[in-house]
Design a protein around this ligand. Structure first.
Ligand SMILES: NC(=O)c1ccc[n+]([C@@H]2O[C@H](COP(=O)([O-])OP(=O)(O)OC[C@H]3O[C@@H](n4cnc5c(N)ncnc54)[C@H](O)[C@@H]3O)[C@@H](O)[C@H]2O)c1
Length: 294
């Protein structure tokens, strides 16, 4: 199963990054969106990053142009027909993903590999709605895709060894660090990271330290580049809450349960960096810790 042409559904935060790194690795890439505005916004981000690399002397203008030339942004899913790999990076909503796969099963050529970038939904549920569950794997990138080296390559109960081998080869061509894992909620990284972040919030609720003290302690004592409450703000408290919900449903263990403070902050619209307020207020020059009033 040789991959030459890649299709990416969704050109949001993750999709534009996957499109960019695939085109940089030499693949022809077809990328789709729901409307022209979002498609242009995603391609605009790629152009901007390539432009910055040229300004800094890290990339020749001709190479940046060649990367953009390899990308075909379109609103027509029919263009996925001759792709060797089609990867979805659309909104984390199972019904939307299932609809997409039903449509793509009738469009994409036989033998092509399908992959999902989901952070929390079971791979097999999506695979089972397609005409090729054995040719369906998880390819879980990390944000920002252009900078984070890891790619989790996920085998569902139905994925064939050939499909896994093709996914690993694609990841290696992107120069990613590939790690094989199984279709269990959270895979490897979120399985370990999510309970840790939730414990940071529970620690705050229990008064083991202030927001700044908990973050500082994990930076200075465990060598982490940022503390758990800062990291939770970066992940997005709404995203953390929804991943915790899926993991709790699967494992029924307290360590995966969203603490009340997280639930309440999400209800208040305090989503972290993206909304301007989470455990920190991001409206000023420097983030300032805001006690969520436990
Ligand atoms: N944000 C992260 O840190 C992160 C990390 C790893 C994986 N993921 C996963 O990646 C996926 C995308 O997340 P995101 O953060 O990029 O979300 P996002 O909201 O930034 O982008 C999703 C895009 O998909 C588009 N879309 C929706 N339905 C579509 C369809 N049928 N066809 C084409 N485009 C469609 C939306 O318009 C939107 O622009 C999710 O499954 C998420 O769980 C996210």
């Amino acid at each position: 199963m040789e991959i030459k042409k890649v299709g990416v559904a969704g050109c949001g935060l993750m999709g534009h990054g996957i499109t960019q790194v695939s085109a940089e690795a030499g693949y022809e890439v077809v990328v789709t969106e729901l409307d022209r505005e979002r498609l242009d916004a995603g391609i605009g981000k790629i152009s901007k990053q390539l432009g910055r690399a040229v300004e800094k002397g890290k990339l020749e203008q001709s190479d940046a142009d060649a990367v953009l030339d390899r990308i075909n942004p379109t609103l027509d899913q029919g263009e996925f027909a001759d792709c060797d790999l089609v990867l979805e990076a659309i909104t984390e909503d199972l019904d939307l993903k299932l609809d997409l796969w039903k449509q793509l099963s009738g469009i994409v050529k036989e033998g092509a590999l399908f992959a999902t970038n989901t952070s929390s939904l079971p791979v097999i549920t999506q695979a089972a709605t397609t005409d090729r569950p054995e040719n369906f794997i998880g390819l879980h990138f990390f944000n920002p895709v252009q900078r984070m080296p890891l790619l989790e390559v996920i085998q569902s109960v139905a994925s064939s060894p050939e499909a896994m081998a093709a996914g690993l080869a694609y990841g290696e061509k992107l120069n990613k660090t590939t790690v094989e894992t199984k279709d269990k909620a959270g895979f490897i990284v979120n399985r370990l990271l999510v309970p840790y972040l939730l414990d940071g919030i529970r620690g705050l609720e229990e008064g083991i330290g202030s927001i700044e003290e908990i973050d500082l302690a994990m930076k200075a004592g465990a060598g982490h580049p940022m503390g758990p409450l800062t990291l939770a703000d970066f992940v997005g408290l709404d995203t953390l809450d929804s991943i915790a919900g899926v993991m709790f449903d699967e494992f029924r263990e307290r360590r995966f349960a969203a603490p009340p403070t997280l639930r309440k902050m999400v209800a208040a619209g305090f989503y972290g960096v993206k909304s301007g307020r989470g455990f920190y207020d991001y409206s000023g020059e420097k983030p300032v810790a805001v006690n969520p009033g436990l």
